[in-house]
Design a protein around this ligand. Structure first.
Ligand code: 5GP
Ligand code: ZN
Length: 113
């Protein structure tokens, strides 16, 4: 747990969030500032700064995060959806705790912003 990290604090129960899923490795929550009718986040329970760090140290967890994100999309009724992993400042990452976005419920556009 990183006391400075907002997602570590959510996982610790110090900051409220709408939790949809939990297992030993990940937690699924609703994004506080939704960018689509469905906007969920899959967080690693363990603090990793980005997917780069997860992919280098625990490939199984990287795959599990994608699998859970896909499952939550299905459960939310958005079989057609977008998974996003922003990585680093130029990648648009604003919270330095690895997470996978699940976006759905509207037509997505390309290229992304
Ligand atoms: P990033 O920009 O790092 O890819 O995504 C961070 C996401 O976390 C954003 O979509 C933002 O709305 C969400 N977020 C930031 N703070 C909170 C919070 O306190 N609670 C929840 N549920 N989501 C948050
Ligand atoms: Zn953290």
């Amino acid at each position: 747990m990183n006391a400075e990290c907002i997602f570590c604090r959510i996982i610790a129960g110090e900051i409220p969030a709408t939790q949809l899923y939990s297992d030993d490795d990940v937690v699924g929550i609703v994004d506080v500032s939704p960018q689509a009718p469905t906007h969920l986040l899959v967080l690693s329970r363990k603090h990793f700064s980005s997917m780069t760090q997860v992919a280098q140290s625990d490939e199984r967890l990287a795959g599990h995060m994608i699998a859970v994100a896909t499952r939550l999309a299905r459960e939310a009724g958005v079989q057609e959806h977008r998974l996003v992993v922003n990585t680093g400042a130029k990648g648009g990452q604003t919270v330095d705790h690895v997470h996978v976005h699940v976006l759905g419920g509207r037509q997505m556009t390309w290229p992304p912003g």
